[in-house]
Ligand binder design. Structure first.
Ligand SMILES: Nc1ncnc2c1ncn2[C@@H]1O[C@H](COP(=O)(O)OP(=O)(O)OP(=O)(O)O)[C@@H](O)[C@H]1O
Ligand SMILES: O=P(O)(O)OC[C@H]1O[C@H](OP(=O)(O)OP(=O)(O)O)[C@H](O)[C@@H]1O
Length: 213
């Protein structure tokens, strides 16, 4: 039996992913009390979990170090090739939006400046609308960019909307919903088809069960 390596996104998606895997019958209790450890082998040797940053999940899966990855659709939209996207896990739900201060005019004809952590998604969105914009890449706290006059608007993730409200911004457009996805290395799927598809089936059953609740 080959050990299946699963790269999990550290942080916001981590706990909900582990809860989902556990509920689907994949015992993850060996990862409790993890302290600063980043690689975990299950006692039965069936699974190995890696805890890595979101974009690195894609890198580990693409290079075949991980057979499977759990990562947000936001990250996949920024890094769209080199793996199979197999399942919507319906965890970590949020959405991409265009937001700005109350005086922003989205119909204004001037060339807008858009601040974002997600340049690919932002440029695709405005290109699809036939709007030529200037993008400024920001690494975090994106909401302050229009407040401080760096940009006219932002493209960012909205979950509860609290960060927008607390910084005096509002949503002008919803771009797309986001949730955690399961991705698979292309060669791994050929090599370990039976065990990977069995794992996906287990997760699917639990996701369906949750939808019916
Ligand atoms: N409020 C939210 N803000 C950002 N991501 C969210 C939110 N809610 C759910 N998510 C999902 O959780 C994933 C992980 O987010 P998290 O903030 O932990 O990592 P990150 O985006 O790499 O941020 P950082 O660079 O701050 O570590 C995101 O890629 C997204 O799919
Ligand atoms: O709608 P909300 O529930 O308020 O969540 C959305 C906020 O959370 C994320 O930021 P994060 O906390 O990851 O910090 P960052 O801005 O430094 O990326 C995201 O970029 C928004 O700023």
């Amino acid at each position: 039996m080959k050990t299946i390596t699963i790269a999990l996104t550290k942080g916001r998606l981590e706990q909900s992913a582990l809860t989902l895997f556990s509920a689907a019958g994949i015992d993850c209790s060996f990862m409790a009390d993890k302290k600063r450890k980043l690689i975990f082998l299950s006692p039965d040797g069936k699974y190995r979990f890696l805890l890595v940053k979101a974009a690195d999940v894609v890198t580990y899966v693409k290079h075949g170090v991980a057979d499977i990855g759990v990562v947000g659709k936001d990250v996949l939209l920024e890094h769209p090739y080199g793996y199979y996207e197999m399942l919507d896990l319906k965890i970590g739900k949020c959405r991409f939006c265009v937001a700005s201060t109350i005086d922003y005019d989205p119909t204004d004809y001037k060339r807008k400046i858009i601040a974002t952590k997600y340049p690919t998604i932002a440029s695709q969105h405005f290109q699809a609308k036939g709007e030529d914009v200037e993008l400024i890449k920001i690494e975090g706290s994106v909401e302050i960019a229009p407040v401080l006059g760096l940009a006219d608007a932002i493209v960012d993730i909205v979950e509860t909307g609290t960060t927008l409200v607390e910084n005096g911004l509002k949503i002008y457009e919803e771009i797309c919903p986001i949730s955690g996805r399961l991705i698979v290395n292309k060669a791994s799927l050929k090599r370990n088809k039976t065990s990977i598809l069995a794992l996906i089936k287990q997760l699917e059953v639990e996701i369906q069960r949750r939808l019916k609740r």
